[in-house]
Write a new protein. Structure first.
Length: 115
């Protein structure tokens, strides 16, 4: 089943595509709100500080602009955990038995360790 275009991501896993394709209208609106808030979070903790550092090259700008970036990077695992919980709480995902600990968000795979 094809996922809705407003929940589409180029690297999302097949499981996430299926969950998104079966979202109710309310679940879809909640997903869109979450995406909007995350976009704002990325802008204020990464994009704007980086732009500030680049456009105002000074030691003070570097220090001020560098503070939110590690906060942003540290928040990424929390966001992924939150996304897994959200996706697994949808009606369809609950019926199919998806669990946050087992849900793969992305289509790319981890490489096996070479011995």
């Amino acid at each position: 089943m094809a996922s809705r275009s407003n929940t589409w991501s180029p690297f999302q896993s097949g499981e996430v595509k299926d969950i998104c394709a079966h979202m109710s209208d309310l679940e879809l609106r909640n997903a869109e709100k979450r995406a909007g808030f995350y976009g704002l979070w990325c802008a204020f903790t990464f994009a704007f500080p980086l732009a500030f550092i680049i456009t105002k090259p000074s030691p003070v700008a570097f220090v001020i602009g560098s503070i939110p970036i590690p906060i942003h990077i540290g928040y990424i695992p929390l966001w992924f955990r939150s996304q897994r919980r959200f996706l697994c709480q949808t009606e369809w995902a609950r019926q199919k038995g998806f669990a946050p600990g087992n849900l793969k968000l992305f289509s790319f795979r981890k490489r096996a360790k070479e011995v």
